[in-house]
Design a protein around this ligand. Structure first.
Ligand SMILES: N[C@@H](Cc1c[nH]cn1)C(=O)NCC(=O)O
Length: 437
């Protein structure tokens, strides 16, 4: 299947929808100080907005995935954009914490519908060999939304104030609705992807079948183990750790976070190409990302006293693999499930990283609170202990990956596909190379 011009247009509009979703997702974080002043709230209440939003996002992934298989990506994307626009309008007008939280719930709900819809469009419109790279590019370019919230959104906020900033963010989603209505179709040949509009009876069965396939669970555990570390660092604890824990400047913290996004821009396409070239070795890519993340954090955590800058650079370079690594998980969902169950399977996979991030953000916060007795004056040693929550996720994730991988390989062997152990492959290649010299 060749890629048509229409495919690029559909992907382009889907991508704009995802960029705008990431803009909405991150807009509250960048207006934290203004939010504190506007609603008179403390840092912990502010953090609870992030937690609530992640909770709604993660909690809706499975129902949204099921819905995607029923109504198709075009409609779901449009509904998601409309809900996010409503959420940002509510926030623009909010004068109290409960109303503002209601706005964030709507944003989290609409956001939950966007990424899975775009991935479904990618799978439907692009040849399968191109899907891993297009998936990586989608995840990668989507993060531009974070830049849009950090720069133009903050500029409008400070120039024209809270209501104007949030209303203009809402208007971006109205634009997405218009573009999606005009340009998006579920698939090149709608009959090629059976969207079972109105057939809800099979949804529960699909959910069970998708879950029962070990390939879906391999995706879930892969997303869980790789995706969370980057989210935790970027959305919550990276900045405070560098500034309050490591005693570095805010400028350096900002530079390191930017470096993480830029390095992710290189890592994403590289991982996409590796997945295309070595589809039977995807789990090793995932395991490599987990080991790289854990090793870099361990180095920084055990370093006596303030860690040198090069270790912090190494940490953010390693964490830049987190987002792209988690995209490999969606490839498991895609290749182990038929198109009519892909939304459900993608939703299940996407629960992983966001749930793990939620647990870690809360866990680190709780340990910090216990250590400091609730005062928000954190020392390096407090962070050292609190950040160990990461290991719980890595260990449980690795167990999940290895168990699901064993079941996947057993199932593949039943269908005549035997994946030779990596040691055997390396040895075979070494012997082959020796015989040629
Ligand atoms: N892994 C992320 C996206 C990503 C890719 N590269 C950096 N981040 C993911 O799972 N995204 C889902 C979403 O809704 O953003």
């Amino acid at each position: 299947m060749a890629t048509s011009r229409r495919a690029w247009v559909v992907w382009g509009v889907g991508l704009v929808a995802y960029i705008v979703a990431v803009l909405h997702r991150t807009s509250f974080g960048v207006s934290g100080l203004d939010a504190s002043a506007r609603f008179g709230i403390s840092a912990s209440v502010l953090a609870s907005f992030v937690v609530l939003q992640l909770l709604v996002y993660a909690g809706l992934q499975v129902p949204v995935g099921v819905l995607l298989d029923q109504i198709g990506p075009r409609r779901l994307l449009i509904i998601g954009a409309a809900i996010m626009a409503a959420g940002q309008v509510v926030l623009a007008a909010a004068g109290s914490v409960p109303v503002a939280m209601g706005g964030r719930v709507l944003v989290g709900a609409g956001d939950a519908m966007t990424f899975v819809s775009v991935l479904r469009l990618v799978a439907a419109w692009f040849p399968s060999g191109r899907v891993p790279v297009m998936t990586q590019l989608t995840g990668l370019i989507g993060q531009l939304g974070q830049v849009l919230s950090a720069v133009p959104f903050v500029a409008v906020l400070h120039q024209f104030g809270w209501p104007v900033a949030y209303t203009s963010a809402a208007s971006m989603s109205v634009l997405v609705v218009v573009l999606a209505v005009a340009a998006i179709r579920d698939a090149p040949d709608v009959r090629a992807v059976p969207i079972r509009t109105g057939v809800w009876g099979g949804a529960g069965r699909d959910l069970v079948t998708a879950w029962k396939h070990p390939g879906t669970r391999l995706g879930l555990w892969s997303h869980y183990s790789t995706g969370f570390a980057g989210i935790v660092f970027a959305m919550m604890w990276g900045f405070p750790f560098i500034v309050a824990g490591q005693g570095r400047s805010q400028a350096l913290a900002g530079t390191l976070l930017t470096l993480m996004v830029l390095a992710g821009g290189v890592a994403g396409p590289v991982l996409g190409v590796l997945v295309t070239r070595h589809p039977l070795r995807r789990s090793w890519l995932v395991l490599g990302v987990v080991v790289a993340n854990a090793a870099a954090w361990t180095l920084v955590i055990v370093w006596p006293g303030q860690a040198p800058i090069w270790t912090l650079v190494l940490l953010v370079l390693s964490l830049s693999l987190s987002g792209p690594g988690s995209m490999v998980a969606f490839d498991f969902a895609r290749t182990f499930n038929p198109p009519n169950r892909l939304g459900t399977a993608t939703g299940i996979v996407n629960v992983g990283g966001f749930t793990a991030a939620l647990i870690t953000i809360l866990g680190v916060g709780i340990v910090l609170d216990i250590r400091t007795g609730g005062a928000s004056t954190y020392e390096l040693d407090d962070f050292r202990i609190a950040l160990c929550v990461h290991y719980l996720i890595w260990v449980s994730g690795l167990v999940g990956i290895l168990r699901a991988r064993r079941l996947v390989r057993r199932r593949m062997a039943e269908h005549g596909v035997v994946v030779p152990p990596i040691r055997e492959v390396i040895e075979r290649r070494r012997r082959h190379r020796r015989s040629q010299t």
